[in-house]
Each structure stands twice: as C-alpha cells, then as structure tokens.
Design a protein. Structure first.
Length: 197
C-alpha cells in the first residue's frame, strides 16, 4: 500500500501533526526569544541547504546554456555538491541520534511526525547516493578544462542537472515539513523551559 506521507508524493504534513504549527505559525518565528540557539541554528542550516541546491542548479543551467567551461567549472561544482552532501549527512546524524529522541520525549503526540522525518532521511540519503555518483561521473567527463564543451561533456552536465532537478524539490519539501514540526515544538517548550531551546 502506498504511503500518502512518502517524501516526493506529499505536499505537506497532515493537520493532525501540525497542532503546534497552528499555535506558532511560520510568519511569527524569526526573532522570537524561544528560538535563540538551537532554533536559529536549525533554520540557518536549512536556509544554507536551500541556497546551495539553488546555486548548484543555477551553475548547471549556466554551463548548459553557455556551452563552455572554465578551469574552475568542475572544481566549483565539486565544492558545492560536496559541501551540500556532507552538510546534510552531518545534520541528519545529529537530528536522528540526538535531537529527535529528545523531541519525541518532550512531545509524544509528535511520534508519527518524527517517524515520517526519519523515513525522509532514508529517502534523502538514497537520493544523496545518486547525486554523489552522478556528480562523480559527470565531473570525470567534464574534467578540468576550459572552452567549448564536447557533446559528452554536455551530456554529463545535463545528466547531473536532471538528478539535481529531482533532488531539489524533495529536499525543500523535507526541510519545510521538518521546520513545521521542530520549530513550533522548540517555541512551545521554551515557554515553560527556556533552556530547552
């Protein structure tokens, strides 16, 4: 049976998991005292991941449209993709092994939400594996060259762009849904326990 909450199929989380998000809507988050520390870092990390995936997509579009590489085209893509994938891996490990268990104990009604987010992490890591493999193959074909791209180099850039195009929406959906669970929980708990944040 298909899971309606599967990442890539859903357009958000169901209302029964968003009871804290209704109390603490997204437009009220920034600048709240309860967000200081963990919440601000969380949002900052997520904003960084969104910016980097956008940068990678823009870089690939520019390369494809211009049809030329510079000496730094390959290394620049490698830096951005490597930074994104390493950052996501570290971020998810801290969430899975530290924060999510604490959050589940703090608000047991969100157990299902954290199960969904954990399942997302597995799906994202499968997508990360595909992105890493395609990046490696594409960069081998692109090499560190300057000038008009060969047809093989164009195919390599297009293949990588297709993987990024599939990866970006699921990453953005996961980040938004995770924020809708985590940030309101931090704000709610910070009311009674300022140290929670």
């Amino acid at each position: 049976m298909d899971d309606p909450l599967k990442l890539g199929d859903r357009s958000g989380l169901p209302d029964d998991l968003l009871f804290l998000a209704r109390k603490h809507p997204r437009e009220t988050w920034r600048g709240r005292a309860g967000l200081a520390g963990t919440g601000e870092i969380w949002l900052g990390n997520h904003d960084h991941f969104r910016a980097v995936i956008t940068k990678i997509a823009e870089q690939l579009t520019k390369l494809s449209e211009e049809g030329e590489t510079t000496y730094d085209s390959g290394p620049s893509i490698r830096r951005h993709v490597g930074g994104l994938l390493g950052g996501l891996d570290g971020h998810h490990r801290v969430e899975d092994h530290h924060y999510f268990p604490i959050f589940q104990r703090a608000e047991p009604r969100l157990l299902r939400a954290f199960e969904v987010l954990d399942t997302d992490h597995h799906a994202i890591h499968d997508a990360i594996d595909e992105l890493a493999a395609t990046t490696g193959d594409s960069l081998r074909r692109l090499r560190q060259t300057e000038g008009v791209m060969t047809s093989d180099q164009r195919f390599a850039i297009d293949a990588l762009a297709e993987v990024v195009e599939r990866f970006a929406p699921i990453l953005r959906q996961h980040l938004a849904d995770e924020e809708d669970i985590v940030i309101p929980l931090i704000l709610e708990r910070a009311r009674s326990d300022p140290e929670f944040s």
